[in-house]
Design a protein around this ligand. Sequence first.
Ligand SMILES: Nc1ncnc2c1ncn2[C@@H]1O[C@H](COP(=O)(O)OP(=O)(O)OP(=O)(O)O)[C@@H](O)[C@H]1O
Length: 342
Amino acid sequence: MVLVNPQSGRGQAMALYNGHVQRMLTEADIPHTLVITERPNHARDLVRNADLTQWDALVILSGDGLLFEVVNGLMERQDWEKAIQTPLGILPGGSGNALAASVHHYTRASPVCGEDLLTSCGFQLCKGQTSALDLISIHLSSGVRLFSFLSLAWGFVADVDIESEQFRQIGDLRFLLGTLVRLASLRVYQGKLAFLPAENQPETHSGEIKLLDHLLVPLDQPVPQDWTLVEEREFVLVLAMFQSHLSEDLMAAPDARSDDGTMHLFYVTAGISRAALLRLFRAMQSGTHLDLGCPHLVYRRARALRLEPLSPAGIMTVDGERVEYGPVQAQVHRGVARLISS
Ligand SMILES: Nc1ncnc2c1ncn2[C@@H]1O[C@H](COP(=O)(O)OP(=O)(O)OP(=O)(O)O)[C@@H](O)[C@H]1O
């Protein structure tokens, strides 16, 4: 099943399907059914109720938001243990296309963008090999539990992602414009951050197949003893990456792999100059931001984290989608889903 969000990116996803994708799938002799989404949550509702035995794979031609819907729709099913084993494919049709860029990066080929990225992902889709995909269980303060495959962001990155949606018509340039606007009015975000370092938890057991979040305690209790409490309380951004790319041209976590069982946690503390922050983002285009030795940038590998914003209002995103603002905690579950990626 190929799911297309006709509104994603600059609204070009259907043209990409008609121009490239359909031809590739036909040449590769892969019969498929096209589903054009009509509204937000259409894909989520569809996969929650679909007869999955009909499909070898669910393929998303859109941005990361549509795959986020599909993953969470699968996890809402009674038979989620089986449903989440359905191979998931991604074809870049949005403006960020972080997972598509990550899937390409994992092939170790040199970076590409635009239609070349679509061709690369289309080729991998036709080959049909699958890799394991980590899912990150995320608990919001209201008690809602979500599943993420890409990122959790608060502060600068989340603000740029959501505020730049008004510039959707200019495609991925919206992130550059949004970054410049946010830099001009750079903010500091107050909050508490804690995490379980990967080295303290060498093996991630996902609690059998049940996906029990055995590393987490309720949000109203202090984090366990073996967690690290970050001393700083003033941040410019907190970003947990679960794949290599934050967008098509920002390689936030070059060493990340789809099934490494690791959260790649970055935070930037207050006091960084606008120029230094801009340098970080420019270096992130080639994945060299950690080489700059910026004293405000911290990178840690983690298995679980807790973030408690103290600033009264703000933006938090999961996989680039806005979620309820407030205390949040998360745990990685290694390789519980399947991603078409070679
Ligand atoms: N037919 C539709 N009309 C409007 N919104 C839709 C439709 N189908 C899906 N959506 C919603 O659109 C949002 C954005 O989708 P998606 O992330 O796939 O594209 P994008 O935002 O352009 O890409 P990116 O995340 O790469 O920037 C999602 O929250 C999804 O729920």
